[in-house]
Design a binder for this molecule. Structure first.
Ligand SMILES: [Zn+2]
Ligand SMILES: [Zn+2]
Length: 173
């Protein structure tokens, strides 16, 4: 299995590295990093000052060289009626997307003594692993430690771990 990371816009090297390392450690896959792409035409919604997540998924499917392709972008994404999304993927699909925009928010949990940069990179890793999990057919998991737990705010992201729980792991092996 090959997963291709497709940077859209200006994605820092440490974010690409974090994404790649996380995918390799959780899934039995190879990871490549594609050339940086510009934001797809029609992605920007001027009324919302946000970008529609689906167009980024379509771009990842179009330019990606993997069986799974994940767009990674610093731009703020929305999907349908949700105010924002950290990422989006279709179940069993080949494309997905993660936005780092809202993962930079400082935590309201205050339980961690990690640096802001470490917290940010942990969140990136978890959301990347989460969206690729959907493309492997995994749905949301009730276990709040599992990476497939639904995490609408960074608080839930910070609580969960980077790995699949035992039940989710069994579903993909
Ligand atoms: Zn999800
Ligand atoms: Zn799980």
């Amino acid at each position: 299995m090959l997963v291709d990371i497709v940077p859209v816009g200006n994605v820092p090297a440490n974010v690409k590295r974090a994404a790649s390392t996380a995918l390799r450690s959780v899934y039995d896959c190879d990871v490549t990093i594609n050339d940086a792409q510009s934001v797809p035409n029609g992605a920007y919604d001027a009324d919302r000052n946000q970008y529609t997540a689906e167009t980024f998924i379509q771009l990842a499917e179009r330019v990606g060289r993997g069986e799974k392709n994940i767009a990674v972008t610093p731009h703020d994404l929305f999907y349908r009626r949700r105010n924002y999304v950290f990422g989006l993927a279709y179940l069993d699909g080949s494309g997905s997307v993660v936005s780092t925009y809202r993962l930079q928010t400082s935590s309201d949990g205050g339980f961690s003594n990690q640096s802001a940069e470490d917290i940010f990179q942990d969140r990136v890793r978890k959301e990347i692993v989460h969206e690729i999990g959907h493309t492997y057919g995994l749905e949301h998991c009730d276990n709040n430690r599992c990476v497939m737990n639904f995490s609408p705010t960074v608080r839930e992201v910070d609580i969960k771990e980077e790995n699949l729980c035992g039940s989710c792991q069994r579903l993909i092996s």
